[in-house]
Design a protein around this ligand. Sequence first.
Ligand SMILES: C[S@@+](CC[C@H](N)C(=O)[O-])C[C@H]1O[C@@H](n2cnc3c(N)ncnc32)[C@H](O)[C@@H]1O
Length: 203
Amino acid sequence: MGGTARYLAETGLHTVTGVDLTPEYVEVAGALTELVGLDGSVTFQQADVRDLPLRSASFDAAVLLHVGMNIDDKESAFSDVARVLVDGGVFAIYDIMGRRDAAFDFPVPWAASQAGSFLATADEYVEVLEATGFEVEHVVDRSTFARGFFSSLRRRTGPPPPLGLHLLMGDEAPMRYKNMVDAVESGTIAPMEIVATTRKRLS
Ligand SMILES: C[S@@+](CC[C@H](N)C(=O)[O-])C[C@H]1O[C@@H](n2cnc3c(N)ncnc32)[C@H](O)[C@@H]1O
């Protein structure tokens, strides 16, 4: 729904193009952005990150936030991100990553069943980034931050806020969150931050 894109634009430093595979999300992202008056600097397009309809070397930075878990072919995705970035462009990833044999209960927020879940380990992300033209600057495990965030949610009282992901997930939302939180608490999966930059292309 474009929260990340609006957050980046709000710093005042960025013109942001958001892409998502799902047309309804693109539509809602555009409407919310207009509502808060950021439509001058943030636009959205329906697109597959593995085949971006964007000009080569036209972006200074790219952000992938909680999307990689739904992408089986990360090599195609990261290659196309590298293509649209300038030399030395920054690619920031914040995804749920797993251990090689991560076993946890479904549904989770990103998938109803194992068939729709493509978790990779941080080492696998690094391997694919390096193979697609990136140098990895840092890899940070954000589990401690996430556990603190989950416990602040548990302390919250009263009804859920009017806007939130529970609106998208419907009745299954509590179960999806519970399974994810349990898996983060047990260390089976972890929210990981990776920052990489594109290597200079040889012309
Ligand atoms: C948890 S949401 C990410 C939220 C988003 N980063 C934001 O800031 O609003 C995961 C999104 O990934 C999208 N997605 C899954 N596979 C994709 C692909 N191959 N290309 C583009 N988007 C994809 C889904 O449509 C879904 O909206």
